[in-house]
Design a protein around this ligand. Structure first.
Ligand SMILES: C[S@@+](CC[C@H](N)C(=O)[O-])C[C@H]1O[C@@H](n2cnc3c(N)ncnc32)[C@H](O)[C@@H]1O
Length: 263
């Protein structure tokens, strides 16, 4: 659709966004103005933002590690803190690795790792059909396949025991804490993207067990958790036969754990 010339009242827009609790109101105003093709469309976008929809779902994209990642409604919005997971994963990967982005959501991690690692094989997988469709939109242009199903189940069996790196930002919020999440997550992201079971580590327990089967000897699993779950997660990874190592970044308020399969 061709855009119509229109002249938004920026100060009024910023005031409205700020009153609705948008911390970066000036930045958001500019992004919404850029996304709108007409005054009517801008009003609609701002109305929906003020009503609480995540900015990224309105724009249809999120910025992650310097890249623009398409994010569809209902799909988990990649968080800035996950830059630590991606950096930790890239740091342990050897040359031309075979890489899996498990629980890929929009495929943001795979997108960044494609550029950083020059992998000989890269794939992504997720349970949620909406996430898979979104990840395919981001990754198909790079020739990266996206599989749909429970954890490792949908992967080509020829990769069992041959992966060098499995990156998994799996859900890790304890079920009882989901209700305390910001409304943007609670109301607009799929529960399956957030709820990690009673202690938040239910999916990660299964990821650890699967990684022990799917990694090549010497390969690594890299996962994200909250800082207060790191010790329990290390116990789970050790029990699964992996050697864990915790990394933390105060500025990003992020914790990631890499775990090597001996061999
Ligand atoms: C916290 S989101 C992270 C998405 C993405 N990795 C990111 O960082 O933006 C967790 C993702 O795990 C997926 N998921 C949850 N349980 C799963 C399972 N059993 N198998 C595969 N994917 C699963 C959800 O659909 C969701 O997309």
């Amino acid at each position: 659709m061709a855009s119509t010339l229109f002249f938004p009242d920026r100060p009024a827009l910023v005031r409205r966004l700020r009153a609705a609790g948008c911390v970066f109101a000036e930045d958001e105003a500019e992004l919404l103005i850029a996304a709108a093709d007409s005054a009517e469309e801008l009003t609609d976008l701002v109305d929906r933002r003020v009503a609480g929809l995540p900015l990224e779902h309105l724009l249809g994209w999120a910025e992650f590690c310097g890249l623009r990642v398409a994010v569809d409604p209902g799909v988990f919005v990649p968080r800035g803190r996950t830059a630590l997971l991606v950096a930790a994963a890239a740091a342990v990967a050897g040359p031309a690795p075979a890489v899996l982005d498990l629980c890929c959501g929009s495929g943001a991690a795979a997108l960044v790792l494609h550029g950083r690692l020059a992998p000989r094989w890269l794939a992504a997988a997720d349970l949620d059909p909406a996430a898979v469709a979104c990840a395919r939109r981001n990754l198909a242009p790079l020739g990266v396949p996206v599989y749909q199903g429970d954890l490792f189940a949908p992967l080509p069996v020829r990769w069992r025991g041959r992966l060098d790196l499995v990156v998994a930002n799996a859900p890790y919020v304890p079920s009882g804490a989901v209700a305390m999440l910001p409304a943007e997550a609670r109301l607009y992201e799929a529960p399956v993207a957030l709820d990690g079971g009673a202690d938040g580590l239910a999916v990660l327990r299964r990821v650890a067990a699967g990684a022990a089967e799917w990694l090549a000897p010497g390969g690594h699993l890299a996962v994200e958790v909250s800082a207060n779950q790191a010790t329990a997660l290390c116990g789970i990874l050790t029990d699964a036969g992996l050697d864990p190592f915790v990394v933390h970044d105060d500025e990003l308020e992020a914790t990631a754990v890499t775990a090597r399969l001996p061999g």
